[in-house]
Design a protein around this ligand. Structure first.
Ligand SMILES: [Zn+2]
Length: 267
C-alpha cells in the first residue's frame, strides 16, 4: 500500500490510524487485523454484526450476496445504461459547485465504478468504498484499463462504519446507495460518517430513491429481486436525513427517480 492510502485509512471502530504490516492493516488500539485482498483492504469484519440489530445485519448480508452475484452484469442493466450519462453529469456538477478540481474525492457505494470513473476526471486521488468485494474487483479492472489505478484506492467497507480518518476528504459522493441501507438508524449513521470524514468546507453530493408520482407504483419500502432492501424518500424525509449532519444547499430530482442533495460542510 502507498503512503497516501495509509494516511487516509483508519479503524472503522474508533478511527485510530492503522499500521501496515506484511499484507494486512493493524489497529494498535483494538488489536484488530484487516486483510488486503487483491490490493483492496477489507473492513467488512464479522465484529460489525454486533453494531447492528439482527434484521439490519441480515439485510446487509443479503445485499452483499446479491451485489456479488450482480457484479458481472451490473453495468449492462438497461435502466442504468440510459440513466448513467445524465446522472453522472448532474452529480458531478452538484458535487463541484463552484470548484474546478479536488485533491481527493471518495464515492461511498462505488460498486463497479459506473459513476466513479466520471468523478475521477475531477480529482487528483480517487477513493471508492463498497460492501461488495466482487463489484470492487470489477471496478479495479475498469480503473486499470483506464490507466487510473495508480491514483485510486478501493476499500471494502460498510457505509455506516467508514474506515477513514476524520476530516480527510475534499469531496464525498454517494449515488443511490443510501436507499439500500436497511434502517433509519443506519441511514443516519451513513450521513454522520460522511460528515465526519469530510474536511471543513468539503463538498458533498448524495442521491437516493425519490418517492414520486412516477415511482410510487414500485412501493415506498420493499425488497428488489435478489434480496436487496430499498426505501423511497419523500422530499421531507430526504431533507431531514441529509440535513441532520450536513447543510443542504441544493435539492434536485433526477427525473423523479432519485433525489440529489448537495452542499458544503460547515466549518
Ligand atoms: Zn481499532
Amino acid at each position: 500500500m502507498k503512503d497516501w492510502q495509509i494516511e487516509l485509512l483508519a479503524c472503522p471502530f474508533e478511527h485510530e490510524p492503522l499500521d501496515f504490516e506484511g499484507e494486512q492493516l493493524f489497529c494498535p488500539k483494538c488489536k484488530r487485523n484487516f486483510p488486503i485482498v487483491g490490493g483492496i483492504p477489507s473492513f467488512v469484519v464479522s465484529d460489525l454484526a454486533q453494531a447492528h440489530n439482527e434484521q439490519e445485519w441480515q439485510w446487509k448480508q443479503s445485499e452483499m450476496r446479491a451485489r456479488n452475484q450482480q457484479a458481472v452484469f451490473y453495468d449492462r442493466l438497461l435502466g442504468l445504461i440510459f440513466l448513467t450519462p445524465f446522472e453522472a453529469q448532474m452529480t458531478v456538477n452538484a458535487l463541484l459547485g463552484d470548484r474546478k478540481k479536488f485533491a481527493n474525492l471518495i464515492e461511498i457505494g462505488c460498486g463497479t465504478g459506473r459513476m466513479l470513473q466520471h468523478f475521477a476526471k475531477h480529482s487528483e486521488f480517487v477513493i471508492g468504498a463498497d460492501l461488495s468485494l466482487e463489484s470492487l474487483n470489477r471496478c479495479r479492472k475498469r480503473f486499470e484499463n483506464l490507466g487510473l489505478w495508480e491514483r485510486t484506492l478501493l476499500v471494502h467497507a460498510d457505509a455506516s462504519f467508514l474506515p477513514f480518518r476524520n476530516e480527510s476528504f475534499d469531496a464525498v459522493a454517494s449515488c443511490q446507495m443510501i436507499e439500500h441501507v436497511p434502517s433509519d438508524r443506519m441511514r443516519q449513521r451513513v450521513v454522520s460518517e460522511i460528515a465526519r470524514i469530510l474536511k471543513p468546507k468539503g463538498r458533498f453530493a448524495i442521491s437516493g430513491y425519490h418517492y414520486s408520482a412516477l415511482t410510487k407504483w414500485f412501493g415506498k419500502e420493499g425488497v428488489h429481486k435478489g434480496g436487496i432492501y430499498f426505501f423511497r424518500f419523500t422530499r421531507e424525509e430526504f431533507l431531514k436525513l441529509i440535513g441532520q449532519n450536513l447543510k443542504v444547499e441544493r435539492l434536485q430530482t433526477i427525473f423523479g427517480y432519485a433525489w440529489l442533495a448537495s452542499g458544503v460542510k460547515g466549518s
